[in-house]
Structure formats: structure tokens, C-alpha cells
Design a protein around this ligand. Structure first.
Ligand code: BES
Ligand code: ZN
Length: 606
């Protein structure tokens, strides 16, 4: 997660952070400025979806029925929409006059529906638009199998409203049922109970009986097959990818058990993953019961599987205990990175987790350097009023958030920390939390009014002030020191064949490549490539870093491979550095030429 939105660059000098805790705010929602819905005053209990997926027109159409309670006798229900065509609205079976509010670039349009005090059901008939932000429609040529089209959604952060009229704030939860009709040769899966085989009607039923926020609504449709990995775990993928995916993720049941041994029972029933086509803009998305994954983590040697630990960890931090607003985004991602590294430490060992901590620290340092150490976007608590919800979602939330938790652990000891976190998840299960509520809970249950500890940690500074605090913990660098020595030897003229790299894992290579001088001398590029075949690497993380080096050094031999990579891979983590390096090094013409050709393979969000 390196990316940061361009608008941020204009804002480097607005120094003040959101300093005052928000008090006594009603649901709207704890000051959620990214929803126009009034689902704080009206209780939206349940959603019934009845949808039909039309690949020819690139439209989802059907109905969304909301089951409501209206304890305050509100006269209007307001939902979020974005580029939806609303055909009609029924309130308890009667057609009503509804209205759509003014279009807002970030928020979309409010949908205003008159309701009586005793309202029970509001049913909306609607269609999505072909450009819906959450949807990526892929032609057969854009899939691995090449025979059938594919569709998937990406609802986080505020894109659910572009495919379902809904109260689209992370602080509003509801259960859902869905019926989805797709072409008979395809299968559909959702963030819910899922089918494991195709049926000949193309009609699938789904149920999510645990309350979730709108950003976790998800749908994928394609020629997919299922393979079990363990009693509670499995993988869905296109048939040509399924075997590779099954091998790569064969430890999933064990990863799940490790996660449970840390912070308590997995509460969602099954945990399945789906491997999407390569245009998926993220590494992974933690849709409940069905993590969506980029195929670029299939390296052939399980070395990138820690990304699944991250998405699985969200089943506690994020999906079970959810950030109340996008200003509290670090509560989702920082907790998850901390949890993910704890899982990794159990699966591998401490020295391995330490490498991830160190790479993460470097990412944090890079983003803080880029934004400026006084930038408000380097605070954990964000202030996104009037801005896109995605703005400010950077490595800061992930890495500074995780380091804050690690610092707390270092101060109180692992045992206390783990009891605290387990209780935290139990106590707040299926609800949302603001940064301020967390700090209060932390004080009450872990720091226990110990003001010297509170000060020593610097809780307020960590959360509300920009930059990286001086007491940020650093992991041990045992394995990376060795990498540093090897890199120095190489730069001093040692032949690559002579380097002591025999036991290196992917993450040692990543560190080696990251810290190469840019541009590296051509003879050294050639020597490295001859010995290690980086240009042909099947490991996307290694390939990405190598390609950045190749672009910087204008190492033409890698250019066809870079072209092939950018043709299919839509993961923003790779697009940004590769296109960025092309622009930085005066190779814009080539960048534009590729972008024009391959743009259709990237998701609208990327
Ligand atoms: N929830 C995020 C993806 C996301 C974040 C989507 C913000 C929309 C807005 C997911 O859990 C995530 O963090 N994915 C990372 C992988 C991870 C190992 C850091 C990614 O996609 O890079
Ligand atoms: Zn995440």
C-alpha cells in the first residue's frame, strides 16, 4: 500500500492535525462525513437483494429491499447512491415519489424517500451504470481462461453506493440476503454463504446473517471453480488457475488456526478466498467469508502468502470491530498489520517477522518523507471533511498504526497485550469504534490511569500529531545486516555468483533490490540478471522492484517483460512505482503508449 492520492501533494503545508476528540456525536456517524444517509436515526436492519448481471450491457439491475425500524418517526429515509438509475421505489408495497439530491464528486447523490412512522420495508428498483466505480467488467480476453467474461466489485471505501443504494458508512451495519442471476455458464460468489458448485439455472442464493457495513458488500461472477483446502477453508479461481492457487494456499487452514490462537475464535463460519483476474487493484480485500485476492501473490513458493494473513486478520480488526469513520482508518489497517505480523511470527519465526517490520518501517519513512513530516496526512487520526475518503489512506495508517501497537506491546509486555487485544475484539464484536473510544478503552483496560506510561508511550503524539515519533520501535536487523553486507560486496565488484545468497527468502531479495543505487551501472544490471534471472521472475514483488531498477537504468532487455507485466497487472502497488519511474526518468512517451493500450485492463479505482 504505497499509493497516496495526487490531491495530497497540494496539501503538504496544512500542518494541524485533528486534535480534539469528537464528543457526543450521534451516528451521522461519529461524524462520518462520507455518507449522506440518515441511518443513524432510522435502523436499517436487513437488506434483501435481487439482482441480475448483464455482461452485454455491463449493468447490474434488480431491487434492494431495506427492512427498517423507525423509532424516531422520521419522515424520510436517505440513502447513498452513485451513478445509479432508480426506476421506482415502493414503501410497504406502495409506490412513492422519491428524489435524488445534487451530485457531489466524492459522495455521489442522496436518495430521498418519504416514509411513514410505522414503515417496515423500502424496496428500490434500480440499475447500475456501465462506469460504476465499484465494478470491473472484464472481457474474456482479460481473464486467465480467455473464454468467459468476469465481473467483480470493490466497495471499500465508499463505492458500495455505485452498485447498491445503501447507507454507505462503515459505522452502519446490517445483515443481508441476496439472489443473483448470472449467465448459466458462470458462477457467483459474495461476502456471504457461498455455493461450491455451478448450477444450470445461473441463479444463486446468498446469506450473511451477521451484521456488516456496506463497504464489505461484495460480488464476483465468472467461470470459477472451488477447491477445499481444509474443513473451514477453500479457494475459488478460474479453472486454469485453480491448481496453482490450491498449492500456493494449502496452509490456509493452519493460518486460520494460528490467528485464532492469538485473538480468539474466528466468528464468520467459513473462510474462503477467491483469486481474481490480474486487473484487481489491490493485493487483497477482506470481504467477509470471501477474501478477494490478486493473482500476483501466487509466486509458486508460498512466499507471498503473508498477504492472506493480513486479509484474514481483518476478520477481527475491521470486519468484527470496524473503524467508525474513514478518519479512523488506522483502526482497521494498523491493527491488522500488527495482527498479521504476529501471525507471520507464529508461522515462520521472529527473524522473519522482523524483516517485514523493517520493510514496513521503510515504507512509512518513505511516505512521511514524500508527504512532509508536518503533513496532517501523517497523523493516525485523519480529518477528511470535504475530501475523498481515499485521500490520506496511505502506509501511515498501516505502518504507523502497527508500530503504535508494537510500542504499547513493548511497554506492557506481550502477555498483557494479547489479553487486552483478545478482550478488545470480544468486547466490541460486531460494532464500530472511533479512535477516541479506543483510547478510552486502552486507558481503562491496559494503561489503567498510569499517566507516566501514557506519557512514556506518547499516546497523544502518536495519534494526533504528524510524522514518526522518536520512540518508534525498530525491529532487529539481523538478517538484513547480512543482506547489506552482500549488497556492498556486490557493489564493490564481487561477481553475483560468488554472493552468499543461497538461503535467501523473497523478503531478503526485496531488501537487496530496494536499496540498490538508481540507476545501477549497466554491467551490474546485466550480471545480476544473468545470474538470478530477475527479468523472468515469477514473483511479482521481486519483478516489480527489478523492473523499477530496469527502468531507472534503461536496461532494455527487461522492457518486453515490463510491457507484458503492465499489460495485465492492475495492482496499484505496482502501477504507481512503474509508471512513476517511467515519468521520473523521461520515458513518458512509452508510459503513455502502454497506459493507453492497457488502461482497459485496470480497475476504475486504480
Ligand atoms: N482493506 C484493504 C484494501 C483497501 C484499502 C481497499 C483502502 C480500499 C481502500 C486491504 O486489507 C489491504 O490492506 N490490502 C493490501 C495488502 C496488505 C498485505 C497490506 C493491498 O492491497 O496492498
Ligand atoms: Zn488491510
Amino acid at each position: 500500500m504505497k499509493w497516496i492520492f495526487p490531491a495530497i501533494f497540494g496539501m503538504l503545508f496544512f500542518a494541524a492535525c485533528q486534535n480534539k476528540p469528537i464528543e457526543n456525536e450521534s451516528l451521522k456517524t461519529h461524524g462520518d462525513v462520507h455518507t449522506q444517509s440518515n441511518a443513524d436515526k432510522i435502523k436499517v436492519e436487513h437488506l434483501n437483494l435481487d439482482l441480475s448481471v448483464d455482461f452485454a450491457q455491463k449493468i447490474i439491475s434488480g431491487s434492494a429491499e431495506w427492512i427498517l425500524l423507525n423509532p424516531n418517526s422520521e419522515k424520510q429515509l436517505t440513502l447513498d447512491t452513485r451513478d445509479l438509475h432508480i426506476d421506482s421505489v415502493l414503501v410497504d408495497g406502495q409506490s412513492v415519489d422519491f428524489s435524488l439530491g445534487k451530485k457531489d464528486d466524492f459522495l455521489g447523490q442522496s436518495l430521498n424517500i418519504p416514509i411513514p412512522a410505522d414503515v417496515q420495508k423500502v424496496k428500490i428498483y434500480y440499475q447500475t451504470s456501465p462506469g460504476a466505480t465499484a465494478l470491473q467488467w472484464l472481457s474474456p480476453a482479460q481473464t486467465a481462461g480467455g473464454q468467459n467474461p468476469f465481473l467483480y466489485t470493490q466497495s471499500e471505501s465508499i463505492y458500495a453506493r455505485s452498485w447498491i443504494p445503501c447507507p454507505d458508512g462503515p459505522g452502519i451495519r446490517f445483515t443481508y440476503d441476496a439472489q443473483v442471476k448470472v449467465p448459466a455458464e458462470l458462477m457467483a460468489v459474495m461476502s456471504a454463504t457461498n455455493p461450491q458448485v455451478k448450477n444450470e439455472t445461473g441463479v444463486y442464493q446468498f446469506k450473511m446473517e451477521l451484521p456488516i457495513p456496506a463497504y464489505l458488500l461484495a460480488l464476483a461472477v465468472g467461470d470459477i471453480k472451488f477447491n477445499a483446502l481444509g474443513p473451514r477453508t477453500g479457494v475459488y479461481a478460474e479453472p486454469v488457475v485453480l491448481e496453482k492457487a490450491t498449492n500456493e494456499f494449502s496452509d490456509l487452514e493452519n493460518i486460520l488456526a494460528k490467528a485464532e490462537s492469538l485473538y480468539g475464535q474466528y466468528r464468520w463460519g467459513r473462510y474462503d478466498v477467491i483469486v481474481l483476474p490480474p486487473g484487481f487493484p489491490f493485493g487483497g480485500m477482506e470481504n467477509p467469508r470471501m477474501t478477494f485476492l490478486t493473482p500476483t501473490i501466487i509466486a509458486g513458493d508460498k512466499s507471498l502468502v503473508n498477504l492472506i494473513s493480513h486479509e484474514l486478520a481483518h476478520s477481527w480488526s475491521g470486519n468484527l470491530v470496524t473503524n467508525a469513520t474513514w478518519n479512523d482508518f488506522w483502526m482497521n489497517e494498523g491493527f491488522t498489520v500488527y495482527f498479521e505480523r504476529r501471525i507471520t511470527e507464529k508461522l515462520m519465526d521472529k527473524s522473519y517477522a522482523d524483516m517485514l517490520w523493517e520493510l514496513g518501517y521503510q515504507d512509512l519513512k518513505a511516505i512521511v518523507d514524500e508527504l512532509g513530516a508536518n503533513s496532517p496526512n501523517t497523523c493516525l487520526k485523519l480529518e477528511l471533511k470535504g475530501k475523498d475518503a481515499d485521500e490520506g489512506m496511505s502506509d501511515v495508517a498501516y505502518e504507523k498504526g502497527a508500530l503504535f501497537l508494537k510500542l504499547i506491546e513493548d511497554n506492557v509486555g506481550r502477555q498483557k497485550m494479547d489479553i487486552f487485544l483478545k478482550n478488545y475484539f470480544d468486547h466490541h464484536a460486531f460494532s464500530t469504534i472511533t479512535t477516541e473510544q479506543f483510547l478510552e478503552y486502552l486507558d481503562k483496560n491496559l494503561l489503567q490511569g498510569d499517566s507516566s506510561l501514557y506519557k512514556k508511550i506518547g499516546v497523544h503524539q502518536w495519534v494526533y500529531e504528524p510524522g514518526i515519533p522518536a520512540n518508534a520501535p525498530r525491529a532487529e536487523r539481523e538478517r538484513f545486516s547480512k543482506v547489506d553486507s552482500v549488497r556492498t560486496e556486490f557493489l564493490n565488484g564481487q561477481a553475483p555468483k560468488q554472493l552468499a545468497v543461497q538461503n535467501w527468502t523473497t523478503h531478503e531479495w526485496l531488501y537487496f533490490l530496494r536499496k540498490l543505487p538508481k540507476p545501477l551501472d549497466m554491467d551490474k544490471m546485466i550480471a545480476l540478471d544473468e545470474t538470478f534471472q530477475f527479468t523472468e521472475s515469477g514473483n511479482s514483488e521481486i519483478a516489480n522492484l527489478w523492473f523499477v531498477a530496469a527502468i531507472a537504468a534503461q536496461y532494455q532487455k527487461a522492457y518486453p517483460a515490463i510491457d507484458a507485466f503492465l499489460k495485465t497487472v492492475g495492482r496499484r502497488k505496482f502501477l504507481t512505482p512503474l509508471y512513476g519511474e517511467l515519468l521520473r526518468t523521461g520515458q513518458k512517451d512509452w508510459a503513455v503508449e502502454m497506459y493507453k493500450k492497457y488502461r482497459k485492463n485496470y480497475h476504475p479505482i486504480a
